[in-house]
Every structure is written in C-alpha cells, then in structure tokens.
Design a protein. Structure first.
Length: 208
C-alpha cells in the first residue's frame, strides 16, 4: 500500500514525495488486540512513545496474567492505577472505556467495518477519548489509510518544515494541501511526523 501512496505523492505532491525518500515508512495495519491498543493510546496522550511504553508496561503488570481486559481493569482501584504512573484523568478514561465495552455501548468488534466518521462517533462516547485520540486509533490500530489529524502539533510542524511556512496557512489553503494526499493521508502524516522529528533532533544537536 505504501508503494501506491508514494506513486500518488509523486504525481500530486512532488515535494512530499522527495522528502519521503529520507525515511522508512511502514505499511499501516490493523491491530489484533484493539482494546489493548486503545488503552495504550490513552496512556500515550501527550507523552513520547518511550514514556507511554514504560507506563503501559507497569499498568499491564497490575493485571492478572498481564491480560488487558475490561473486566480485569474495573477490579483495579484508582490508587492502584495511579501507582503505575497514570494521571487521574487517564485512569478515569481507561475505566470509562472498560465500562462502555462491557456494557456493549461501544462494540469494538464492529469498529473495523464502520466508516471513519462513525468510528470517531463511537470512540468519543468514552470520556477521555477526544478527536485526536480517536484519529490516532483510526491510523495506528484500525489501519485506516486516509486519516489526517489537523490538530496534531507534530503534523503542523512537519507541514511548516516541508513547505517552508512561517505559520500555518488559512484553513482553506490547508484543506487544499491535505486534499492532494487523499486517499493516502495517513502515510502523508507519517512522513510529516518523521520530518518534524528530524528537525527537532537537529535543533537538539545544535544546543548540545
């Protein structure tokens, strides 16, 4: 799929295509344990991947046989969840997710067959899952190829670095740029994150 995305970018956005040559980009794929992935995504809100992994590993150790299951989570006290490094808000979000899944109000088994907009509606029923978190789940857990999170700071920075913008353009112009990448906006996002990370690393080296 990524090879098709590259061909699309070559025709519709040569600048993005040229930038992509610097990075390894994996094909998107759907998770084989969606509930576990969503819990990780909640934990990862506003954290680096490494920090999220550390807290998630501690959290998993609190559960019998390391099984991340809603019924097991609801048996944990808030104090126990906080001991793994979770904020109160994230502990409440994970508890809310578990309650919604167990009640059937959010049916994870049906999500893969739903359109993106309906997935967003379903996931944001959970207190603590907003549009950004739901978009990350679409991209990284459900393997959707045409998702772009306009409010993501890393993507905004990647866009500015790619095009040499001093600030983000008008909403109309931004929409036109993003539209060029469809139906492969998820891959465009992955490239932009790589661009932003590379720029950040360069700045850090200069400061050392």
């Amino acid at each position: 799929m990524y090879s098709k995305a590259l061909l699309h970018f070559k025709t519709h956005d040569p600048l993005l295509h040229a930038a992509a040559a610097e990075f390894e980009i994996e094909d998107v794929k759907a998770s084989d344990d969606l509930f576990r992935d969503i819990v990780w995504t909640i934990i990862g809100q506003q954290l680096s991947g490494k920090a999220a992994d550390t807290i998630f590993e501690r959290f998993v150790k609190l559960l019998p046989n390391d099984l991340v299951l809603p019924e097991k989570i609801l048996k944990l006290s808030d104090e126990k969840m906080r001991s793994a490094g979770l904020s109160g808000a994230k502990a409440r979000a994970i508890r809310s997710l578990s309650e919604h899944v167990l009640s059937g109000d959010v049916d994870l088994e049906k999500l893969p067959a739903l359109p993106d907009s309906d997935v967003l509606t379903e996931l944001t029923k959970v207190k603590g899952i907003g549009p950004w978190t739901a978009e990350m789940i679409l991209m990284f857990s459900l393997g959707r190829t045409d998702v772009f999170s306009r409010g993501d700071l890393g993507l905004q920075k990647g866009l500015m670095h790619l095009y040499g913008w001093k600030k983000l353009p008008s909403d109309k112009r931004l929409s036109a740029v993003i539209a060029k990448w469809s139906p492969y906006r998820t891959y465009a996002a992955r490239i932009l994150w790589k661009i932003a990370d590379k720029k950040k690393a360069r700045i850090a080296r200069k400061r050392d």
